[in-house]
Structure formats: structure tokens, C-alpha cells
Design a protein around this ligand. Sequence first.
Ligand code: SAH
Ligand code: SF4
Ligand code: F3S
Length: 525
Amino acid sequence: MNEKQRLESEQITTTHSSDVKSEVDENLDRLKNMSSDELISKYFQTTYEVPDLKKARSRRKKDVDIHYDFDIAEEFRGLGQGKKFLIRTYGCQMNAHDTEVMAGILMQMGYAPTEVTEEADIILLNTCAIRENAENKVFGEIGHLKPLKLEKPDLILGVCGCMSQEESVVNRILKKHPHIDLIFGTHNIHRLPNLVSEAQFSKEMVVEVWSKEGDIIENLPKARKGKIKAWVNIMYGCDKFCTYCIVPYTRGKERSRLPEDIIQEVRHLAAQGYKEITLLGQNVNAYGKDLDIDYRLGDLMDELRKIDIPRIRFTTSHPRDFDDHLIEVLAKGGNLVDHIHLPVQSGSSDILRVMARRYTREDYLELVRKIRAAIPNVTLTTDIIVGFPNETEEQFQETLSLVEEVGFEAAYTYIYSPREGTPSARWEDNVSMEEKKERLQRLNKLVNEKSAESMKNYVGKTVKVLVEGESKKDPDVLSGYTEKSKLVNFRAPKSVIGQIVEVKIVNAKTWTLDGELVEAAVEVN
Ligand code: SAH
Ligand code: SF4
Ligand code: F3S
């Protein structure tokens, strides 16, 4: 019997009761009478720890195990035959890329992708914990999915991603949302085949959240979204411990992939015809710090730029780890784009100190000066938090003046959101929400002005656009991004999708540009 026949002949049975409603109610009653400790000892199959700053800080640099032997056991292949999966992704590019990995694994198990919720046999919510509103969205979705689960008892509902690394979230799901079948953490993605299989055959919620964080799993399958742009993880985790941020707890310690593994992946993507690579890491320019060899992001970029791929970006860099060698390499240009996303968070040295960012306003401005000296045409964008605990009006003004001084062309702006388990969440805060919202509005007004100004400069100029597809608003219009990440809309035949073309800009809006096709297929480099 060949593999296909074997898969077709396999009968998948599940032990889910057909009367899932009474099962859910029963579960709920049992859960209500259990203490938190009982719940945890009952449901946690592996070690699970609350985000603990002291413990997290004592993480050791070494002890990173790299596994090259990922394989999906024979018993799990075919488990999804004739079935469909859907993954809802929240959060950053890292999460979006994890979704590609999970999709790759599920497809190797025989599942087919679907975008239609009602059609799915397995739905995973790949969650983000960065701010409260990100979490609220997920809890809203968990609630929305309940009727579907009642209708389709065999549906597997899973919660993964950063929220599942938080104890409070897991407890809340255990207590209030027993219709969820599976919870797994960011360190457990490679365990998906076992977990899905367990969830399919178990009556109880399957929870596997490892706080173990020292591993790198290579050779995971990836079902990449699209054939034009690709993400490549170069490192995982974050050791910066900014006082407001949950990421070091949800993603574990900094650990770099080996240069040869990254270079091989990028070469492979180039050979497949991808046009743009974004190197990913939570603190991407800490790359190499944990390796035994003296090799940093600058060295990696210097090797990658020789690969025949038109555009290479990286995100997100931390000002503190932006070294001179990296600047020197970026200045070589070529396929290394002249756009750097460099989160500043605040323009006040006092706020930066309590955020534990480990640089001052002056340090940041000095770094910007060095970058501009080496790459005169560089575009800088940033992230900013307003309303950090006890931020004064004067300190906020310093943020506004920094935005002016640097001339950021775009910024992601956020109201500070206290995250349980982080140091700043325990601090008193004398700034009202009303004040924070008002500051955000003022900041956004300035950021919009800066963006609009930078966009106006493009009118009459010709730019290279990597065409990604039809524009969201009008299928007759195509859209794509410039090297500096400006979104350009223009009319052209669909045959240019996936190519880099020259477009003359005729109109500028605050965040987008309108243009006319000058020439199809630009020679790159
Ligand atoms: N690793 C990246 C991105 C982290 S998350 C970096 O260090 O820059 C993306 C952005 O979310 C951060 O840059 C920060 O501006 C914002 N952010 C993180 N934690 C936050 C919190 N608790 N409240 C509000 N914004 C936050
Ligand atoms: Fe969070 Fe970024 Fe700071 Fe790391 S460097 S703790 S990811 S804000
Ligand atoms: Fe969110 Fe986790 Fe990314 S908290 S921003 S999905 S690393």
C-alpha cells in the first residue's frame, strides 16, 4: 500500500462525545469546584512557571540545544486527511511566521488550509500578549467560537502564541472557557502533531506550556504565505527586559541560529524566486551575542548581501545593540535596504531610564547621526509608548521634540499597557487614561504630519516597487512597497505582480502614494 492509499484507508475516530454541550457544562461544574492549584496540577502536563523576573534574569547564556532531527511520526501523518485547518494570527511578524510553521506542520499531517471558519476542523488562535487590547481581542474571539464548538463537537479549538505563556491567561481559559481543547506555548510548536493527536482523542483540555526556553528547532516545515516576500528567523527571545514588556517572558532567552543555517535558508528562498527577505528577531541586532564565535548581525548581513535576492530587511533592532560594524555593512547598500526601524519608545532620558532601555535621548540622537552620516538617504521609523507610569507633560514634550529632531517618516504609537508580571505593572501611576489618550492624539497628529511631509517629497519622482498584488480597495489597482517601505498604488497589468517595477509618483497621501507604471521589470542591483 502506498502512502496515499494508506492515508485514504485510515479511519479517524475521535472520543469526543456527540453531546458536547452537556460535557462542557459538566466540565465547567467540576472546574468551578477546584482551586487554582488543583486546576494546575490536573491540567499542566509539564513544568509551567509564572513569568518570574528573578528566575528569568538568571537564565544562562549557554545551554542552547539545536535540534536538526524534526520529523513527524508516521502515526501522525494522515491524521488530518480530508480535514481543514484555520489559524488566526495576532501580533508581530514573529507570530505570523510561527503561523507559517504551524501551517507547514498541519499540512504535512494531511490537513488542508481554509479561510472559512465554519469549514475548519481545527482552529488555532496564535495570540499576542503585548498589550491588554491584544488580549481582549483574543478573549472576544474565544467567546465567538463557542457556538461553533457546540454545533461541531469534533472541532478542535486551540490557543497558542504569547498569551498561552501567561499563567493568568491559561487559568482564565481553564476556568471560563472549557470549550477550548488545546493550549500550547511558544516553545511547543514543534510538538503540534502530538498535541493535535492528544486533543483529538482526549476528553480533557490538553495544556502543554514549557517554560524551558533553550532550544532551537531547525528543519521545521513552513507553508509560507505568498511567493514574493519571506520571513527568516535569525534569533529567538529577548534578554533586554524593558520594564514594561512581556516578550522576554513569553519568548524566552536570546538564542541565535547558526549563520550557516540562516544563509542556507536565504539561499534556498532566493533559488525559489523570493524577492524580499525580512530577518526576524525580537532584538534582532543582538544576533550572535550568545554564539561561541565572534559573529554579529553586521557579519551576517555582509554575507547575505552577496546572495542574489533583491531586498533584505531586518526587524526589530534595539538602539543599544546597533554597532558600528552593522552601520558600515548597511552603508554598502545593494540589496540591503536603506530603511531602518529603530524603536525609541520615549524622547525623555528619565523615562528611558525607568523603562530600562539602557540608552539616553543623547545616545539615540548620536546613533541617528552616525547612521545618517554613513547612509545619507536612510529612512528611519520607530515605536513610541506614551503615558508610561508617571510620565510628566515635560517628558512627553521631549518625545514630541525628538520626533521632530529625528524626522521619523512613520511611527507605531501606543498607550502604555501594564502587563502582569513585568516590573512597571506594579508601579503607581499618576497619569490618567484621559491624559494618556490626549497625549497619543497629539503625538499621532505630529507623526501624521511628518509622514505626509515625507510622502510629498516623492511626487514627480520614480521609485522601484515590489508589486505584491491587487490593492485592498480596488482590484483594478495594484499595490506594492518601495525599498523604504512606502505603499504605492498604481494601474498596471496583473502580469507584473511579483516583479520589481518602476513607478512614477503622481500623488501623495498621508500613508500611501499613487503612481503610474513607468517600466515593467526593473533590473535589480
Ligand atoms: N522587540 C521589539 C518590539 C517589541 S513589541 C522592540 O524591542 O522594539 C513592539 C512595540 O510594542 C514595542 O516597541 C513597544 O513600543 C510596544 N510595547 C511593548 N510593550 C508595551 C506595553 N506594555 N504597553 C504599550 N506598548 C508596548
Ligand atoms: Fe520588549 Fe523589545 Fe524591550 Fe525586548 S527589547 S524587552 S522585546 S521592548
Ligand atoms: Fe505579541 Fe508575542 Fe509578538 S507578545 S508582539 S506576538 S512576540
